[in-house]
Design a protein around this ligand. Structure first.
Ligand SMILES: [Zn+2]
Length: 427
């Protein structure tokens, strides 16, 4: 078990030991940097928890088969993101070598997205799925051609490429933060018990939950139902509130060294066959960034952090998101200025003057606008609408200064922050 998790010996050793001793707790935290196999570890734990037959890596029992294709009903997956880059890479892999392994890789990448729209996660809010259904149907039908053993490999690759745009649309509909109704739905699901042996509920980016959602989660974590295991993942452990942390057993995933990263690129992404010229010291992050979608995901999270920090600091009780006033979050968020400073550091000043990175700042603005539009769909807050309009105006201004006047993006980031803050008389 866990043979597919590369370069995480300590976390895997502890997990395997806890399983062997029958000591696996009901609530776990997989904590570690981006792209360190936290989700893969959780999915493998789901397989191991369901298997009737010792959970060897090549076990062919029906439970393992369902987990390998990510269709097992005992797995629920929620939380923002998954990866647009992973989808793009999966299609490339299938294109270049339509083997059973690359077919599985593609199917899993797609189902990681689709599973976030499982009806079990929507409980009484099924109406929200209405506009997603047509996209899901297209994907489900197309996936049939991609399953290993279903027809010829070239056809699978062609279908996969056709599905990519629909998958990306679906990906963009994943809620930016786990909504409270989903936490209530999983609570209900958890109390139903498992279909087979054990239910595994994975919440990715658990640090990005809003107060209402995490209060609801706290209640289930206090007493996880018997047949259910919760796995929360995060790359920002310090942003999870202590009352939740104290209920989770932590398993630490580490930044892989160069040798282990290379092994992932060869064994998982088959780069030796596909991109033999790739530099030996390419990290997994760099590899994903080359497929831009990976870096895009980071930009989305940065835009989100920035907006929430700015909103929390505004003196406007009419600002409501997810049913709660944003001012209530003031204490639990870093000051907006510190958030912007952090983003500038992470992005090396939005790519500074490097041409290849010149898309970063516009993408940050665009994602901010998209997030606000998302939030407005679910909230009728007039304060939020006013803020979104202001953001749109400032964003247009800074984009023009950036593209037309070639102004430094770091200075524009600071200007954006100042213009959005309500201590600014113009706001
Ligand atoms: Zn099995």
């Amino acid at each position: 078990m866990f043979e597919n998790i590369i370069g995480q010996a300590e976390a895997i050793r502890r997990l395997s030991q806890d399983i062997k001793d029958g000591q696996l707790p009901g609530s776990l935290l997989f904590d570690g940097p981006p792209l360190s196999a936290k989700l893969s570890g959780a999915l493998e734990l789901a397989r191991v928890s369901s298997c009737d037959d010792g959970a060897a890596w090549n076990c062919d029992c029906p439970q393992c088969a369902k987990h390998r294709a990510l269709t097992h009903s005992d797995l629920l997956l929620l939380g923002p993101k998954t990866s647009r880059a992973e989808l793009a890479i999966a299609v490339d892999m299938l294109d270049q070598a339509p083997t059973p392994a690359s077919r599985y890789f593609f199917i899993r990448a797609v189902r990681k997205v689709c599973k976030r729209f499982d009806p079990e996660l929507y409980g009484n809010e099924e109406a929200r799925l209405a506009k997603i259904q047509p996209l899901l149907r297209i994907v489900m039908e197309g996936l049939e051609y991609c399953l290993p053993g279903n027809g010829d490999g070239r056809l699978a690759a062609t279908e996969a490429r056709k599905l990519l745009t629909t998958c990306e649309k679906l990906h963009d509909q994943i809620p930016a933060s786990t909504p409270v109704f989903q936490v209530r739905s999983i609570e209900h699901q958890a109390r139903q018990g498992a279909w087979h042996r054990r239910r595994l509920i994975v919440i990715e980016h658990a640090d990005s939950m809003m107060d209402a959602a995490r209060n609801a989660l706290l209640k289930i974590l206090e007493e996880p139902p018997e047949q259910t295991t919760f796995v929360l993942t995060t790359s920002r452990r310090q942003a999870i509130i202590p009352t939740i942390l104290s209920r989770l057993r932590p398993y630490r995933f580490v930044q892989r060294d160069a040798a282990a990263a290379r092994q992932v690129l060869v064994r998982v992404f088959r780069i030796d066959q596909r991109e033999p010229d790739l530099a030996l010291d390419t990290s997994i992050g760099d590899y994903f960034a080359q497929h831009r979608g990976g870096a895009m995901e980071t930009v989305t999270l940065q835009a989100r952090r920035f907006l929430l920090a700015v909103l929390a600091e505004r003196h406007d009780d009419g600002l409501v998101l997810d049913g709660q006033p944003l001012a209530a979050m003031r204490d639990s968020h870093q000051p907006a200025a510190a958030v912007m400073a952090g983003i500038l550091k992470e992005t090396a000043n939005f790519g500074g003057s490097v041409d290849a990175m010149s898309w970063l700042f516009p993408a940050f603005l665009e994602e901010g606008g998209r997030l606000l539009a998302d939030w407005l769909r679910d909230s009728r807050s007039p304060g939020l609408l006013r803020f979104a309009e202001r953001f749109a105006a400032c964003s247009r201004d800074s984009l023009m200064r950036y593209t037309a006047y070639n102004l430094n993006p770091a200075a524009l980031g600071e200007w954006l922050l100042a213009s959005l803050s309500d201590t600014n008389p113009a706001s």
